[in-house]
Design a protein around this ligand. Structure first.
Ligand SMILES: O=c1ccn([C@@H]2O[C@H](COP(=O)(O)O)[C@@H](O)[C@H]2O)c(=O)[nH]1
Length: 276
């Protein structure tokens, strides 16, 4: 999917919501456990209930690979029921030496046909480049993550060419030359919306994938106010708050209500903060 197609979808749906498909067998409604593939059945109903309200789905791969081969089958079946116009994100946080990264890229882009994959920047340019060779596919590079441990490395001061940066700022600055706003996005946690203006100064045109609203307490308004660019430039992820809104037989209906509340808030922010 291209950047323009993504923006067109955002404008049409008045939403920049990404629903996280972090489907935990221990949290799905008990009545689904009789199905042959309860994880797929849960996802199928969540997708049916929310696909007009969101622009992306992000299955976190851990929730699938933890089940071995049958988890990969549930993931593949899930991808097949996501409507064509909805952006898909493999939250896999991969990255390795070049030839290995290329195989990760083939697995997620060719075998599974995801639109994008999250990648860790720690191994540098040759670990990221192989993912950027696929037309209309995206790398989403970890920049400033939402978890408390982001302090350990991402906030370290580094001096480069006489200028002082946080390490995550150096990731943003350096990686701008690896890709373009047409194939490279960044993960920025909603829990650190206080840094979004600095991030926008370094990556003004890039999309940001923003986890950390909902269950992790980040502010949708703050991230929208300071993070929106002329293409919206935001995909805000929410998983637990939406998909586990109810653990009863009404789970899909309640997930829709939770997604609708977020979409309506986003509609307001698109009116207020999208640059003309
Ligand atoms: O910095 C990061 C990077 C990834 N995540 C992932 O996003 C979702 C968040 O789920 P919620 O239930 O909405 O909290 C989950 O898959 C994380 O692994 C993140 O939270 N922060």
């Amino acid at each position: 999917m291209t950047r323009d197609q993504l923006f067109e979808q955002i404008q049409r749906k008045r939403s920049y919501l990404c629903v996280g498909l972090d489907t935990d067998i221990k949290k799905i409604p008990p009545h689904l456990l009789n199905h042959e593939d309860p994880i797929f059945e849960f996802n199928r109903q969540i997708i049916e209930a929310t696909s007009d309200l969101c622009v992306a789905y992000k299955p976190n791969i851990a929730f699938y690979e933890a089940h071995g081969p049958k988890g990969w089958v549930s993931l593949q079946k899930t991808l097949e029921v996501i409507p064509q116009d909805v952006f898909t994100i493999a939250d896999a946080k991969r990255g390795d030496i070049g030839n290995t990264s290329e195989l990760y890229a083939r697995a997620f882009f060719e075998q599974m046909n995801f639109d994008s994959i999250t990648v860790a920047p720690y191994m540098g340019v040759d670990s990221v480049q192989p993912f950027l060779q696929f037309p209309n596919k995206w790398v989403i590079l970890l920049a400033l993550t939402s978890n408390p441990g982001h302090d350990d490395f991402q906030m370290l001061s580094v001096v480069s060419h006489g200028k002082s940066y946080f390490l995550f700022e150096k990731v943003l600055e350096k990686s701008q030359a690896w890709g373009t706003p047409e194939n490279l996005m960044y993960v920025v946690g909603a829990t650190r919306s206080d840094y979004v203006e600095r991030i926008r100064a370094l990556a003004p045109d890039s999309f940001l994938l923003v986890p950390g609203v909902g269950a992790q307490g980040g502010s949708l308004e703050e991230i929208s106010k300071f993070g929106m660019n002329s293409h919206c430039g935001l995909l805000v992820n929410s998983a637990r708050q939406i998909i586990y809104a109810s653990q009863g037989e009404d789970f899909a209906e309640k997930a829709r209500e939770a997604a609708l509340a977020v979409q309506q808030e986003m509609d307001r922010y698109l009116n207020d903060y999208l640059p003309a």
